[in-house]
Design a protein around this ligand. Structure first.
Ligand code: AMP
Ligand code: GLY
Length: 423
């Protein structure tokens, strides 16, 4: 199979690395890619916001299958254009990608199918939103409706923070994404990321992970795209997985099919495991980053076979097998992230890799042969272990071999699970 992978992050490096291991693969291209992806795929320079340019490349290079990594091209309809052009695509239609593209859309699905989630209301102007917040009290959560690169959510512990967040959304901080605001009840519990491959009707559970959203040790400081993750998430016991499938995922997939917009691709449920059980925080229509990196380390099955089955309606006969070990990844970011940071700082050395250690590239580039950091999140140092403690130890041992003066990381990735292991 001739495959094109869309994206340039650590998530796409992990996908490229795993796709490249497939016996079904005859050629792998990636766009825009990064130097790590370039070790697995031929990089091509395409404008991924230009659907017809991507389709044209697929025709010229006889691409059989396109795997879309990030959400923005899916919400913009890239999968629709490619499918209309006769090319198989891993990733949902624009209509089904509304599960990530509009928080209000997902909340309405939850209401319609009785899916457990925080009570909410949608607003298109500040005054009624503020009145609702004053009536509900804090803590409370304010969300810009549309895609805001992970920055559109304020978990307000006080009324003042909530009122400020409402003003900020409606004053245009998130552009069109903030033209509508969802105000949602605060959920208390432990978070988990849960993944399913979907072909429109069949759903295949595809592992769990825990992310670390805050920039600082002890879960302090501002939210980020994710500073580290491990898989599996211990909080996702067999009972929690079964309840999540029955109470959250299956009604969503059935509801999307009934509405004429069947969901295909990977459905990523951000869950809060509360005293009542699993509740939905949000859906994403792509793999998590850095969750994907730890899933790919653990996956034993052929990724290409599974993604193609999801894209072609043949998931009913597919199975996913996993290594028993834990995988843990630590994100190294440029100093200053998630705020502003210096670009093009040199990365002088990466650690040696083996079957249990892998460094995935995110925001890196090659400048005259020198590896440099160009993004906020830059490297994902990933390791396997029999326990979370062992995987953590191995990941930090590898990370200490990175020579990059402008990099930093959290030192406590895995803390919740390690506390459990100690108990
Ligand atoms: P989201 O972009 O919706 O994933 O939200 C970002 C982060 O905000 C989540 O990972 C949670 O840590 C937090 N969050 C979102 N919604 C809620 C909620 N209703 N209650 C508590 N925390 C939340
Ligand atoms: N790591 C969380 C996300 O990808 O949304």
């Amino acid at each position: 199979m001739r495959v094109l992978l869309i994206g340039s992050g650590g998530r796409e490096h992990a996908l490229a690395w795993k796709l490249a291991q497939s016996p079904l693969l005859s050629a792998l291209y990636a766009t825009p890619g990064n130097p790590g992806i370039g070790e697995e795929a031929t990089l091509v320079d395409l404008d991924i916001t230009d659907d017809s340019a991507v389709l044209g490349f697929c025709r010229r290079e006889s691409i059989d299958f396109v795997v879309v990594g990030p959400e923005a091209p899916l919400v913009a309809g890239l999968a629709d254009t490619l499918r209309a052009g006769g090319i198989a695509v891993f990733g949902p239609s624009a209509a089904a990608a509304q599960l990530e593209g509009s928080k209000g859309f997902t909340k309405d699905i939850c209401a319609k199918y009785n899916i457990p989630t925080g009570a909410y209301q949608r607003f298109t102007s500040a005054e009624p939103a503020k009145a609702y917040v004053l009536e509900q009290g804090a803590p409370i959560v304010i969300k810009a409706d549309g895609l805001a690169a992970g920055k559109g959510v304020t978990v307000a512990m006080t009324l003042d923070e909530a009122l400020d967040a409402i003003d900020s959304c409606f004053s245009g901080t998130f552009g069109a994404a903030g033209a509508e605001v969802v105000v949602e009840a605060y959920l208390d519990g432990e978070e988990a990321s849960f993944f399913c491959l979907c072909d429109g009707k069949t759903v295949l559970p595809f592992g769990s992970a825990q992310d670390h959203k805050r920039v600082g040790d002890g879960d302090t400081g501002p939210n980020t795209g994710g500073m580290g993750a491990y898989s599996p998430a211990p909080v996702m016991t067999a009972e929690m997985v079964e309840r999540t499938m029955r109470e959250i995922i299956e009604p969503t997939i059935a509801g999307m099919a009934d509405s004429g917009h069947p969901f295909t691709g990977v459905l990523f449920a951000g869950l809060m495991i509360t005293a009542k059980g699993p509740e939905l925080i949000e859906y994403n229509v792509r793999f998590g980053d850095p969750e994907c990196q730890v899933l790919m380390m653990r996956l034993k099955s052929d990724l290409l076979l599974l993604l193609h089955a999801a894209a072609t309606g043949t998931l009913a006969s597919a199975r996913a097998e996993w290594r028993d070990e834990v995988a843990l990844t630590v994100v190294m970011a440029s100093k200053g992230y998630p705020g502003s940071y210096e670009k093009n700082t040199p990365i002088r050395k990466l650690p040696a890799e083996d079957s249990a250690t892998k460094v995935f590239h995110a925001g890196t580039a090659l400048n005259d042969g020198q590896l440099v950091a160009t993004g906020g999140r830059v490297l994902n140092v990933t390791a396997m272990g029999r326990t979370v403690s062992a995987a953590q130890k191995a990941a930090y041992a590898a990370l200490d071999g990175v020579e990059w003066d402008n990099g930093f990381c959290r030192r406590d990735i895995g803390w919740q699970a390690i506390e459990r292991e100690r108990d």
